[in-house]
Ligand binder design. Structure first.
Ligand code: C2E
Ligand code: MG
Ligand code: MG
Length: 700
């Protein structure tokens, strides 16, 4: 017999149980001795229904009654048994039988299906009732009771055939969710044959949503996560309201296709398109969409929302000096901290580079609008481990509030950006809220930046020198170079008005090279004129991270003939606090070239005296704010003087404006002073004449 096994499951689709009563009565009679057990075989042979037992494992008939021999066109039971059905069995049929075997092992069920058999090549359509039967050796075999099936029309047969072989999973559920029918594919996929509709979905609310929609529109469909025998999978589920062909009751016809791979690929692609791969935060593209949602929620609930822009200070320096891997790990560290400080429903995004955005929907509570910024700055108040070393990470935060400071995303972003700009330029306030007047200041800064670029190109800078004198004899013993900008329209501009912008924009590097070359020339020239006084120049922290600066400073003695031992580099305390990567190494290089290192504005910043010992420091300039302290005893200045003494560093008092201040300094052993009392900064020629006059006076 050629196999053409399972053909058509009954389209009514039910798994029905054959009445057991007759058989029970029969066996009862045998037990009571009324019927000879040998008669059973005869009884089976008299039945007009074909009955056989099929061995799932051997793929052979084990036993068949007379009608079954007739149906299968067999000459004898032996001949039927000798047929090896596995030879021509298609994989689909084998799979189907394997499934039946599994189903029967799991539970006591029976299926009514229509199969087409091909005994000796002739098709025979049978309505077969199938159930499991345990063999003596414990294995599960297939018990079939079959009747010839004449009613089916070719179309129905074909569609039933298609239903069985399709990979689309088709199930029918009653409206209370009880399963009525599953096709082969659905049976193979489902966790258990009697899982109700609601239990099919991983997310219970998916089931409810589907039913709500199908009740309303008669059909609904989308991708959902479902439970299957292979674990949770993504299925494209379509549900239609229909009828059970057997009972005529309303039912849901569910068809499903496994789209797991496609769905996961899509999700991954979507994730990649909307997230920053380095930090895992939302990216700029996704941000717009999410911001719109948050602002909508804020507006619906009459709530405030705060938008923070966070920018790392000197990130470029970290990248340039420590390498991109260190830069990347710093960005990841910041992203982690941001996520940690933010609340779960806040938006945390990386806008690109070292700029981050947080949008926080205000909750009721005592937290002020700047709580996030404060907490974040707090999280970075201690040094962070980057590249295995503890380093300070500076942050600037600008924020703006919805709806008070703006209602559109564009306005809020622009305003937060202006506030950030202010935070970046103000070393004392790193968390700044937007104010209307900021727009004007920003324009001014941008104009200065453009102007500065031109000034560098055409060299509009000049140097003035402020003498440093001796408290013992009032003689000039040194001078500090101070840069001025000779603006063609605005006249002389002082450094406080352009150095911060030059630092922020990196233009300070070019200005710094110019200043140092000029000071070097001046020192060489003074030496030639026998005015061998030391000169000092100011160096911005940024310059120390500029690799070009060190090589330039190393070349200066050769290029200009200056003596580096007569040139002091004035640096602010921040350099020593670990803000600048590799500061200590750079200072050592400069020191080994011969330059002297002096701490400027000492005491104005963090005043951690302990760090001074770790650096090759030659001198300290006491910040001019301490001159006021002198009137009330000068305790701090005394402390600084004794500290400098202990370190072997020389001390210069800055901003000395009164005779009393100078007298106090002399009395307390501070012999170098600088300030308006002695002289303001003066042009180079004037310094030279001052020195000439000093020599002449000494000669008299
Ligand atoms: P600084 O290095 O602390 O320079 C001292 C500043 O105090 C100078 O201001 C000087 O004119 C002023 N000053 C001197 N004596 C007195 C006094 O008795 N009373 C008062 N009230 N002020 C006094 P200036 O020239 O405006 O420079 C300001 C700052 O700009 C400097 O502070 C320095 O940090 C920076 N700067 C100046 N030139 C350069 C430069 O070439 N490169 C860099 N990176 N920064 C520079
Ligand atoms: Mg200075
Ligand atoms: Mg100073």
């Amino acid at each position: 017999m050629e196999e053409k096994l399972p053909d058509n499951p009954d389209l009514s689709g039910d798994t029905c149980l054959e009445p057991e009563e007759n058989r029970a009565a029969l066996f009862n009679s045998i037990a009571k001795g009324k019927i000879d057990p040998d008669l059973i075989a005869t009884i089976y042979d008299r039945l007009d229904v074909a009955v056989w037992i099929f061995d799932f494992d051997d793929k052979r008939f084990l036993w068949a009654n007379r009608k079954a021999l007739e149906v299968t066109d067999a000459v004898s039971l032996e001949e039927l048994r000798s047929r090896d059905l596995s030879k021509d069995m298609s994989p689909a049929v084998a799979e189907r039988l394997r499934q039946h075997q599994q189903d029967f092992c799991k539970q006591d069920v029976s299926f009514s299906e229509i199969w087409t058999l091909y005994p000796r090549g002739k098709p025979k359509v049978l309505q077969i009732n199938m159930s499991g039967i345990r063999l003596i050796d414990g294995r599960m075999a297939l018990l079939c009771e079959a009747r010839e099936h004449h009613k089916q029309q070719p179309e129905t047969l074909r569609s039933a055939e298609a239903l069985m072989h399709t990979t689309v999973m088709i199930s029918l559920y009653s409206t209370d969710g009880t399963p009525l029918y599953r096709n082969t594919a659905a049976r193979a996929a489902c966790n258990s044959l009697d899982t109700p509709f609601h239990g099919h979905f991983v997310e219970p609310r998916d089931a409810l949503e589907f039913l709500e929609l199908v009740e309303r529109d008669r059909t609904s469909g989308r991708v959902a996560r479902v439970r299957t025998s292979a674990g949770p999978r993504w299925h494209e589920v379509t549900i239609r309201s229909s009828q059970d062909a057997v009972s005529g009751q309303p039912a849901y016809l569910v068809s499903e296709i496994d789209v797991t791979e496609l769905h996961e690929t899509k999700e991954r692609a979507q994730y990649l398109a909307s997230h920053d791969t380095l930090t895992g935060l939302s990216n700029r593209t996704y941000l717009q969409e999410r911001l719109a949602q948050v602002l909508q929620t804020a507006s619906d609930r009459d709530q405030m929302a705060t938008l923070y822009l966070v920018d790392l200070d000197d990130f470029k320096t970290v990248n340039d000096t420590l390498g991109h891997a260190a830069g990347d790990s710093l960005l990841q560290l910041v992203a982690e901290k941001l996520k940690h400080v933010a609340e779960p429903d806040d938006i945390v995004a990386r806008l690109g580079g070292d700029e981050f955005l947080i949008c926080h929907l205000e909750k009721a509570g005592p937290k002020g609008p700047d709580w996030f910024g404060r907490e974040l700055l707090g999280a970075f108040s201690t040094p962070q481990l980057i590249d295995g070393k503890p380093r300070r990470v500076g942050l600037s935060i600008g924020y703006t509030q919805y709806p008070e400071d703006g209602v559109s995303i564009d306005d809020l972003m622009r305003h937060a950006d202006l506030a950030l700009y202010h935070a970046k330029t103000d070393p004392t306030d790193k968390c700044v809220r937007f104010r209307q007047q900021m727009r004007h200041l920003r324009d001014e800064h941008l104009a200065i930046k453009k102007d500065l670029e031109r000034a560098i190109r055409v060299n509009e800078f000049t140097l003035e020198y402020q003498p440093i004198a001796c408290t013992l004899n009032d003689k000039v013993i040194a001078a500090e170079a101070l840069v001025r900008w000779n603006h063609p329209e605005k006249g002389l501009i002082y450094p406080d008005d352009f150095i911060p912008i030059a630092e922020e924009t990196g233009l300070i590097n070019q200005i710094g090279l110019w200043v140092s070359r000029n000071v070097a020339h001046m020192q060489a020239q003074l030496a030639r004129m026998n005015h061998d006084i030391p000169l000092s120049l100011n160096v911005s922290p940024k310059q120390l991270s500029d690799a070009q600066f060190v090589t330039h400073m190393q070349a200066l003695p050769r290029e200009t003939g200056c003596n580096p031992e007569k040139i002091s580099l004035e640096l602010t305390e921040s350099v020593l606090l670990g803000d600048i990567p590799n500061a200590s190494e750079t200072l050592s290089l400069l020191k080994s070239t011969g330059y002297r290192i002096v701490i400027d504005d000492f005491g104005a910043g963090y005043s951690n005296l302990a760090y001074l010992q770790n650096y090759p420091i030659d001198g300290i300039k006491i910040d001019r704010m301490f001159m006021d302290d002198i009137a009330s005893g000068g305790a701090i200045v005394k402390l600084i003087l004794s500290l400098a003494n202990a370190l072997g560093a020389e001390v210069i008092a800055e901003g000395v404006e009164t005779i009393a201040q100078r007298a106090w300094l002399l009395e307390n052993g501070c012999h170098r002073f600088q300030g308006y009392l002695y002289s303001k900064a003066i042009p180079e020629e004037q310094l030279m004449s001052m020195l000439e006059a000093q020599v002449e006076a000494a000669a008299m």
